[in-house]
Design a protein around this ligand. Structure first.
Ligand code: BT5
Length: 246
């Protein structure tokens, strides 16, 4: 496996052995007007999750950020998170890992009663009310990461199936992502197919409080529909916990 991955992808690639955060670097490049560039790193020393949480990103993973300049309003940007989740889940399944999507931004592998997080996605953007100037889609995949380097509740491709060729795996993710971005109508149906969240009882922590019920559908650009005792509630962002059936 080439350390620099040697990608032949539908994006220009900027590779770093070690970087603070590929999202931060991608934001710099985006501010310079760049697009269709992927920042890729073997290791991140300051990886970020949502809401300024830490993202642990040791050597051996696939840590990447895609810079896009799509002609869409900011409200549509969550669709890129869905596309990234679909792309990663497809690549993982091709590699023989039984991965599924957890709303809104995780790819996980379920063992018995426990969900283990394989991938997290962080989409960031800047722009006006009617049009984004750029979107950065950060995808963190625990690829060839050993158990001792994983945070609690995480898993890696190495743990699930053995080491993957990171060049091939990354290329598959980027190809699938590229296909979905040129066919936005395909994103939600593809997500539904690969989702673990739909049909499950969930508890979602939102800025407006907690919502508990059965996750029944997803709507563009990434709104989860939860059937609660008081009827359907639509949530666009939050932390989701899969509950056991009652
Ligand atoms: C996410 O946030 O899941 C988004 C993670 C995005 C990471 C990528 S890597 C490339 C790009 N550059 C960056 O700096 N970031 C992006 P959230 O849903 O908030 O989940 C964060 C939580 O996941 C943490 O609080 C930990 O509990 C857990 N976590 C941290 N590192 C993990 C890992 N490597 N694998 C699984 N879980 C992890």
């Amino acid at each position: 496996e080439a350390v620099e991955f040697g990608l032949d992808a539908p994006f220009e690639v900027e590779y770093h052995d070690s970087i603070s955060s590929t999202n931060d670097r991608a934001r710099e490049l985006a501010a310079e007007g760049r697009e269709d560039v992927v920042v890729l790193a073997d290791e991140q020393t300051g990886g970020r999750g949502r809401l300024d949480r830490e993202w642990t990103a040791p050597s051996g993973g696939i840590w990447l950020s895609i810079i896009l300049r799509p002609t869409v309003p900011p409200a549509s940007a969550p669709a890129f998170t869905l596309a990234a989740a679909v792309a990663t889940t497809r690549a993982a399944r091709e590699a023989g890992v039984d991965a599924a999507i957890k709303w809104p931004n995780d790819v996980l592998v379920t063992h018995g009663d426990t969900d283990r997080k394989l991938t997290g996605i962080l989409t960031e953007m800047e722009g006006e009310a009617d049009r984004v100037s750029w979107v950065v889609v950060g995808i963190g995949i625990n690829a060839n990461v050993e158990a001792a380097d994983l945070v609690a509740g995480a898993t890696s491709l190495r743990e699930e199936t053995g080491d993957v060729n990171r060049r091939v795996f990354t290329q598959r993710v980027l190809e699938e992502f590229h296909e979905l971005r040129s066919d936005p109508d395909a994103v939600v149906p593809a997500w539904r197919e690969l989702a673990d969240t739909l049909g499950r009882r969930v508890r979602v922590d939102t800025s407006g409080g907690e919502v508990v019920g059965e996750a029944v559908d997803i709507e563009f650009p990434g709104t989860l529909v939860i059937e609660t005792d008081d009827g359907p509630v639509r949530v666009s962002a939050g932390d989701c916990e899969h509950l056991r059936p009652v």
